[in-house]
Design a binder for this molecule. Structure first.
Ligand code: ARG
Length: 280
């Protein structure tokens, strides 16, 4: 028997009021492919609906003009109990987001602890809990040398995985913790060390093929036994069902134009690896 994730029932999300593809900072973004604002709004609302139906609470970050990627709240920072560690974005295009993220958390009583200056780290997009460690990706957006300070600040062991394929520039496009035994994984885009780390951690992985990963299948949100996914190939659905999960597919096609799916649009607020109990 496997135990459900202890986190993933409360999320921060940001409506796509100002969402567009204004610049290109990952291989999926093309300025000439326009976003349909109405469809984006509908898709975002439908995702919120599915998460609530799955039993999650959703809190809202106010959208801001000229910050189109603020919708991808996964990158705001790392939440650990009463602590919020804001991202240090690689690309100047996203630097303006941090002040809004920090204000949201500070106003609600989180303690804000910062990573050293000059070290890139893109929050939960590159750091996901599994068991009692933080699995953290690096290379395209987060620096490998962010991992030691992240571990020192949070008190949580960090395990590093290098992302070798630029299309999969954040860890959350390649790794999705499902419960204490299972995770969706894409070892084809990890270095040998990272692959061994996850091999060691995850007793039963659901290994994706590259074509499945390219549909953002790993970029899913897990709420207890519910998985909300951008796409679910039949093979993946059968395995998830066998493991006792219920799948819902959320069409996030407008957001894929910016290189983000379901998980990228959410930041779990109830992660607590400090052993200090859940924040109320
Ligand atoms: N356009 C955004 C960027 O390139 C997408 C972020 C996706 N976020 C994620 N957690 N994978 O930064």
């Amino acid at each position: 028997m496997s135990a459900e994730n202890a986190w993933g029932r409360r999320y921060l999300m940001c409506p796509p009021t100002h969402f567009e593809v204004l610049y290109e900072i990952n291989p999926w973004m093309h300025r000439e492919v326009p976003v349909d604002p109405e469809r984006a709004r509908e898709q975002w609302e439908a995702l919120v609906g599915l998460l609530r139906q799955a039993g999650a609470e959703v809190e809202v970050l106010e959208p801001q003009p000229d910050l189109p990627d603020l919708v991808f709240t996964a990158n705001a920072g790392v939440v650990n109990g009463p602590q919020f560690v804001p991202a240090r974005f690689r690309n100047p295009e996203r630097h303006g987001e941090t002040a809004h993220d920090v204000a949201w958390f500070a106003e609600r009583g989180w303690r804000v602890d910062e990573l050293p200056e000059g070290v890139a780290h893109e929050g939960a997009g590159d750091s996901l809990p599994f068991a009692d460690v933080l699995v953290s990706g690096y290379r395209w957006r987060s620096d490998a040398r962010s991992h030691a300070p992240l571990s020192a600040i949070t008190g949580v062991p960090v395990r590093s995985v290098e992302l070798t394929d630029h299309r999969f520039y954040h860890l959350d496009l390649t790794f999705c913790p499902l419960d204490d035994r299972h995770a969706i994984t894409v070892p084809a885009v990890w270095d040998r060390y990272g692959t061994a780390v996850i091999d060691d951690l995850v007793p039963e992985p659901l290994v994706l093929e590259l074509d499945e990963a390219s549909q953002f299948v790993a970029n899913s949100v897990v709420v207890g036994r519910n998985v909300v996914m951008p796409a679910c190939p039949p093979r993946v659905g059968r395995v998830l069902e066998k493991w006792g999960f219920e799948v819902a597919v959320a069409d996030v096609g407008e957001f894929l134009k910016a290189g983000g799916g379901c998980r990228c649009l959410t930041l779990a607020l109830d992660v607590d690896l400090s052993g200090g109990g859940a924040r109320s």
